[in-house]
Design a protein around this ligand. Sequence first.
Ligand SMILES: C[S@@+](CC[C@H](N)C(=O)[O-])C[C@H]1O[C@@H](n2cnc3c(N)ncnc32)[C@H](O)[C@@H]1O
Length: 440
Amino acid sequence: MAQFYRPQRGRSKPAEQPIKRNASVSGLDHQGRGIVRESKGVRFIAGALTDELIDFQPQGKWQGKLIQVKQPAPARVTPDCPYYEQCGGCDLQHLALSRQRQHKQQVVSELFAKFAGHDIDCWQAPLTGADWRYRRRLRLACHWDSKRRNFKLGLRQANSKAIVEISDCLISDTALTRLLQPLRKFLPQLDLIAQLGHVELMTTNSCCLLLRLKNPVSAKDHRQLLEFSQNYGVDVWLHCGETAPQPLLAGQELPRYASWQTEVSFQPGDFLQAHGELSPLMVEQALAWLAPGPGDHVLELYAGSGNFSLPIARSGARVTAIEGVPSMVERLTANASRANLSIAAQHADLEQPWQHYDWGTIEFNKVFLDPARAGAAHAISEVAQRQPERVVYVSCAADTLARDARHLFAAGYRLKRAQIVDMFPQTHHIECLTWFERET
Ligand SMILES: C[S@@+](CC[C@H](N)C(=O)[O-])C[C@H]1O[C@@H](n2cnc3c(N)ncnc32)[C@H](O)[C@@H]1O
C-alpha cells in the first residue's frame, strides 16, 4: 500500500520567541547561569554574568540563549578555549578565576541556608592548584557512520548528543590530548570501530587508553592495538560487555598514583579524582581535620581504591573502609597490604540499612566520607545515630551535602570548617570539604 507523508500534529518546532533586549542579570544560579527576573518569573541564561546588560532569546519556559552582552561585568574574561561556544564542558570560563571560587563558596552557603537552615561562618580560603591542564582523565564520545565511513571523536555539545571534535582540551593534561588526532586516524582502521561505545584516557604514572566495547577484539585488531600502544607509549585496556576491563597485554601492571606518602593502584574505569595536583592536597587537608592517630577507629564510607584510606591508616588509626564496588574493595585490600597497612575493607551498598552488615555494629569515634554526587542520604542518618565525635565529609555536589548536613545539625553537630577545593576550575562543578564536630 502506498504511504504518504503526513506532518505529525503538535510535533512541529515551537516558534522562536522574540529577542528580549537590555535585560539586566541579577545573579548566578547554582549551575553558573545568569538569572534574569521577569514579571512571570525567572530565566536562566548560560554565559551571562551578574550585573550585565544583555540581549537574549527566550527558550522554553525558564531558559534563554545569550545573544549579546551589551554591558559586560568587570569580572568577565575572554574564554581561552576555541571550543567554548560549542562544547558543554567549561561553562564558567568567561568568569575570572577568583570570582569562580567566590561563586562556588556562595552557592554552598546559599544551599546550607536553604536546606540545612545554617549560615556558614567558618570558611577557609579555597584550596587551589593549576587552573588549566589539570584533568588527568578524559572521557570521549564517539560515533561511527558506516555508510559515509566517517568517525567522530570528541566531547558532547552542551545539552545535546552532538559531538564537538576538539583537537585540544585546555583543561586536560597534554599527555591525553596528544592522543586525540592519532586516535581519530587509527580507530576507524580497526574492526572494532562498529562496536565502540566510548573512549577513556587517563594519565597517572602511565598513560592508559580504555576502549568500551560490546565484544572481544579480533586477532588483527589486537596486533594493531599493540603497535599503537608501543608507538604512542600508552597502555591499552579493553572493557568488553559486562566483564571487568582487561589489559591488552596480559600481566600489564595496574596504573597507580601517589596519595600522601602512599601509592594507590587502580583499574582503568575506576573512580579517579579529576585534578591530579589537588587530589593529594585535599587528602592532606582532610587528614589535618580528621586528625587520626593511634587510639582512633575511623569508619570510612565510599572509600574507592583507598585514596584516603591508606593515608588515614598510615597515621596509626584503625580503619574500617566501606565501598560499593566489589573489585575496588579488592584493590583497596591489595593496596593496603602492599603498603603494609591493616585496613578492614568491606563491600556494602551504603543506601541499605547497616543492620544487614557485620560491620554495621562496630564502634568507631571518627567518620570520613566521600560520596558520589547523590550524597549519603541513608548513610548520614546511620552516622548521626551513632554519634561519632568527628565527621569529615568531602562532597562533589553542594545540594546533597547541604541536605546531609541537616541531619548532622539535627543530631547535635556543629560545622567547624568548610573549604572549597577547586577541583574543577573553569566549570560550575563544586568540590567542598567540611568538618563537623559533635557539640558535647
Ligand atoms: C567520589 S568517589 C570517592 C572514592 C575515593 N574516596 C577516592 O577519593 O578515590 C565515591 C565512591 O563511592 C562509591 N559508591 C557510590 N555509591 C555507593 C553506595 N551506594 N554504596 C557504597 N559505595 C558507593 C563509588 O563506587 C566510588 O568509589
